[in-house]
Structures are given as C-alpha cells and as structure tokens.
Design a protein around this ligand. Sequence first.
Ligand code: PMV
Length: 307
Amino acid sequence: MKASAPGKIILFGEHAVVYNRPALAVPVAQVHVEVEVLDSDSAGVHIHAPIVDLHAELNTLPADHAIGSVILKVFSTLGISSPPPLHINISSTIPVAAGLGSGAAVSVALIRALAVHLAHPLTNDQVNEMVFEIEKLHHGTPSGIDNTVITYNKPVFFIKGLPIETFKVGRPFTIVIGDTGISALTKESVGDVRALWQKEPDHFEGIFNEIGKIVLSARQSIENGNPDLLGPLMDQNHVLLQKLTVSSPELDGLVQAARHAGALGAKLSGGGRGGNMIALAEQASAESVARALLAAGARRTIITQVG
Ligand code: PMV
C-alpha cells in the first residue's frame, strides 16, 4: 500500500495563529512524502527512511522517536497488539525543519499507508486528530495548522480549535518559495514569542491583532480575485514578524532580494529564524525572482501556483 502527502506553506498569520488569530495556508504539491508499506519475510517492523538516514527495526528505536512513535500510535489506535512483519519505505522531497511541514507530511502519509495496509482505513478527521497529537509531542504548543492543511490537502483559513474552513481562490497566483537552508526549530521561535508575550502581553496582543487583520484582508483579496493586493499585505506581515523577533538577517536578505527582482511583496513563512520565505510574483517574473533568490544565497527555490 502506498500513500503520499504534500508539503505546505503558511501565506499569512504564522505565530499569531498560536494565539487564536486566523492564518492562511496552502498545500505545496511540488514537494511530497511517499510511504510504502509491504508485508515482510522477516519478523518485525523494518523502517527505511533515507532522508533521515534511518534503517532500523521498530523495537530498536526509543519510544519517543519521531517516526517510531507514529507507527506505535497507529498500532495502539487500531488495537493491534502484535503487528504482522512489515517493511516500511519512507521517501520525501520535503526539506526537513524548513517550514514546509515535512514532519506532519511524514505522519499523514505513514498513518494512511499503515491503516489501509492493516485493513483499517481512517477518515481524514481521524488522521488529522492523530497527527495533531503527534505534533504536540514534538512541537510543544502547535496551532494545528500544519496537520490540517496537509491532511485535507486544501487551502485552509485556520483558527485554532475551530472546524476546518477552506477558501476559494478567485484568480490563481504564483508564489516563489526561497529556502535559507538554515534549519530552525519552530518550537524555539514559538517559545521565544511566548516569553516576550508573557513579559509584555498588551504590546504583543496588539501585534497579533494587526496580523489577524492582515489575514482577513488577504483572504478577501484571494477570494475576490485580486491577488495583486497580497504583495503589500505580505510586506506588512513581514514587518510584524520582525517585531516578533522571528526573522533573521538571511530571511530579511532573501525578502529584499525578491522585492528588488520585481516580486510584488515578500515575507518569511512558518516558524522563522531560518527555513523559508515566500514572494508573490507575476507568473512571467517568477523565474527571475527565483534566480535572484539563489544569487542572494537561497539553498533552493520552488515556484508554486495557488488555485
Ligand atoms: O515552521 P512551520 O511552517 O511548521 O510553521 C509554524 C507556524 C507557527 O505559527 C509559528 C506555529 C504553529 O504551530 O502554528
């Protein structure tokens, strides 16, 4: 049995989303995780995940291992106390710890492939719930946006704890993603923002409110078929993320480079400090924005169409 899951990017609203403001995120089909589950001749559950250099039998992994714990969770949820001999291959083109949702995508694809192979297919709601539980183990206080976008594979207007709400794209638009190549732990930037917020709640609540307003304007522009208006909104959202201290010289450099190359706006995307930035570009100039990002030090770029 094979299953796959896409990457994702947050268009607007990261960090503020942890504090119950809305955020917009979309799947990125250009990168994905694929999981294949096969019956095995030799006893045990054998895992092969070259992307993290993992070739091991499940029982030899610590209980909190990122991949091992997902497999154990599937067995316990499905009430399987002695799993059959299995061979699990995990391959991925999603860079790790870069804000593209690689962890959630591995979990989604792994849970689906295992559940179907074990003849217990799960609904999207069940998969989403399980992946959120796993995200909590590894990321502290996640909002749940990653697991939601990746499980349902749809553009999502997300508010923590509320049912999934998708949104329409009135006119397609092009996003260029630039990867700083610096891996940064979302858990750390989220923890740092929390410490700042605890010290000066009014000030940071104000910033989260401003981000929330940008998200609502952005949703309206996307639905009304005016994606050009997203450029200035990205620029404003980036300034607010700088105020949250989650940008970095490298992210700021790529954001500037994209704007100089003709992007309509740009911002960091995801947890920040490293990982990715995104730029809104006219379709005709997307390639030159991507080239400018590489020249400014981006490790890789992805051009993706939304809608
Ligand atoms: O770094 P990413 O793309 O996984 O995104 C994190 C988004 C945050 O809003 C910073 C955290 C969260 O849980 O929503």
